[in-house]
Every structure is written in C-alpha cells, then in structure tokens.
Design a protein around this ligand. Structure first.
Ligand SMILES: Cc1cc2nc3c(=O)[nH]c(=O)nc-3n(C[C@H](O)[C@H](O)[C@H](O)COP(=O)(O)O)c2cc1C
Length: 192
C-alpha cells in the first residue's frame, strides 16, 4: 500500500498502512533530541507517519502485549485521535482508526492555542473498571506519552504532553462513558 493514502472501510474509518518497525534514529540520539514543542505548523501527518506514531504509542509488539508496560497487564487505555476530520479510536489489532464522530473538535482537547493548529491531538483515556488505581493509571499513561515523545524525536516531529485540559469538555466531545477517564492529552505535528 502506498504511504500517504488511507483505505476507507466502514463509514469514515481509516485503515492505516502497517507500521514500519525498523529504522528511525538510534535510541540514544532520540533520547538526546526528546523535548517539548509548543509551536506547530498545520501540515497534516501522512497515513504512514500516523500509523508509526500510534504503534509507538500503544501498538502490540507481541500477540497480546504492547509496546508499553501496564500494571498487572491491565492495558486499561484507549487512545483517541482528534483531528480536523473527526474523533477516532485507535484499534491497534486492526491498525485502523475507528471514527466516533466527524467534525473538528481539536479545541475541546485543551486550553492552549496550538491545539487548533497542530493536526493531531491524542487523548489517553483510562477504563476505570480495568485499572488498578488512579496512581497506576497515571504511571501507565506516562509510558505511552514517553513513547510518543521518543517517536517524535526520532521522526523529526514536535509534541507536547498536556495535563491542562477541561476533563468535562473532553468527556463531552469524546462522548466518554462513566467508567472512562481522560488522564493526559498530547499534541503532535510538525514544528513551526
Ligand atoms: C504530566 C505532565 C503534564 C504536562 N502538561 C502540560 C500542559 O498542559 N501544557 C504544556 O504546554 N506542557 C505540559 N507539560 C510539558 C512540560 O511543561 C515539559 O515537559 C517541561 O517543561 C520540560 O520540558 P521538556 O519536555 O522540553 O523537557 C506537561 C508535562 C507532564 C509530564
């Protein structure tokens, strides 16, 4: 499949190309380059970059286990992807973005101006029924966020993890259930 093109399956779901699990910067260089960015261009991520980013964040690297650890292997997170075209859930098994809503809800994910400019805002949502405690969910979320930081450092993208958001506004926009708690958000895009 050519990079840069999405294949549509049902409704406006987006089937991503398989993630490329080789290459990138050596780990020590990625660590050296990891940093927060708060100025983004509005350039979209192509589908290959989105696939690689999401796999780095929360993909599977073994049959039923992921690139990130989780306390007692609860795997309690769902990664929501908020873009200009809509709100999606990352289905790591199918490598697909399942569309939950169409429309641009990026401003609902945060209070800082760049959320409306950058192409991608991730929302890391914990299932309170699965998680051990808020503390372990916070810790588990940190691994996801750091993987995004390292992928972005490797791929030359900018990113900022964000705790500053209105949880009720996020819950409303994402239409979260009572058991779902947004823990952190993270903006990704090209640096301005
Ligand atoms: C849990 C957490 C929440 C954060 N929330 C925000 C935020 O809401 N907005 C923001 O601009 N930066 C946020 N940051 C980014 C920090 O400000 C940033 O990591 C710190 O200034 C160090 O900069 P560096 O990441 O470039 O090393 C957050 C970082 C963490 C770990």
């Amino acid at each position: 499949m050519a990079a840069g093109f999405f294949v549509s399956c049902a409704a406006q779901d987006l089937v991503l190309p398989p993630p490329v699990k080789t290459g990138g910067k050596p780990l020590m260089e990625a660590l050296n380059d990891r940093q927060t960015t708060r100025e983004f261009s509005d350039k979209e991520l192509d589908s290959q970059t989105l696939s690689d980013l999401l796999w780095a964040a929360y993909g599977f690297n073994r049959d039923d286990k992921r690139v990130v650890p989780s306390a007692n292997n609860k795997q309690e997170f769902t990664v929501y992807v908020v873009m200009k075209s809509g709100i999606y859930v990352y289905d790591a098994k199918e490598n697909t973005l399942i569309q939950k809503k169409s429309g641009d809800f990026r401003t609902s994910t945060g209070k800082q101006d760049f959320v409306a400019v950058a192409p991608v805002n991730l929302v890391f949502v914990a299932d309170m029924n699965l998680m051990q405690s808020k503390e372990t969910a916070n810790a588990d979320c940190g691994y996801i966020s750091q993987n995004v930081y390292l992928y972005c450092a490797s791929a030359g993208l900018g990113t900022v993890v964000r705790g500053w958001f209105d949880a009720d506004e996020v819950r409303k926009a994402l239409e979260l259930g009572e058991n779902q708690e947004p823990i952190l958000t993270q903006t990704v895009g090209y640096k301005k």
